[in-house]
Design a protein around this ligand. Sequence first.
Ligand code: R1P
Ligand code: URA
Length: 290
Amino acid sequence: MAFSASELILNADGSIYHLNLHPDDIADTIMVVGDPDRVPAISRHFDSIEVKKTKREFVTHTGHLGGRRFTVLSTGIGTGNIDIVLNELDALANIDFKTGEIKEAKKSLDIIRIGTCGGLQPDIPVDTFLLSKTGIGLDGLLHFYDCEDIQNQGLRDEIEAKFDFGTSGIRPYVVDASKKLMARFDENRIRFGMTLTNIGFYGPQGRNLRIAPRFENLVGSLAQFDFEGRQITNLEMETAAIYGLARLLGHQALSLNVVLANRMNGQFSTKPGESINRLIEFSLEHITAS
Ligand SMILES: O=P(O)(O)O[C@H]1O[C@H](CO)[C@@H](O)[C@H]1O
Ligand SMILES: O=c1cc[nH]c(=O)[nH]1
């Protein structure tokens, strides 16, 4: 049955509502970044750029590099936007916009985040590259979907047992990265870790400028969590939702982040632009290797 106009929303030119893209505008490998300015910082490495489209914070460039087609797309900040981006990317890949029906043969996209984060462990210096083996979401997005079966349930149960979020209603969800994409980064220039995704940058990441966070020493207790020798390494605002929605929709996802803040020793990178450019070059080297 075809989707109604209120569910699969297309613009007058037939493009998808928020991303402003047509199905042909995206490649099968998509790099997602938070900051719209990071899109040209990546596409400047392409041999050619074929598509440039923008709507709100969603900037998309599609082009070729080393004979292969890639898309880079900005999500803006937060998991609310990830809900839009992942659902609309999947619609572009797997719904026929002419008939409004789901295609019989499904396409699986490779979705790779290239982002920034705060580090949680004292021995992970600023400017380190981190690959998220697992995303832990405290933001709640995934609970609006039937998500039990795709979770790392053992780790989720341990987190639920160790952290008491009281009557706040916060319920963690835990999803692993794509093993296929992770295998491309098996080398010692990037550290593998567990990433905690939350709904904000200040209180939800335990920062206290002028409003005291509800949970005292959230960052300290997250840093001390240990599950079979694995620790929570970093905090940011998208990874767990990307992992969860990608898995639910049948796509492969991986998140790579550079540490800009070390929350344990109070440091912030003195060269954030340079660090993110280094992560871009490192990521492209691996993403474009066949
Ligand atoms: O640099 P990006 O990719 O935006 O990622 C991080 O930076 C933003 C906060 O400053 C959040 O989106 C967080 O996840
Ligand atoms: O501390 C930080 C740094 C970058 N991005 C985040 O979400 N948190």
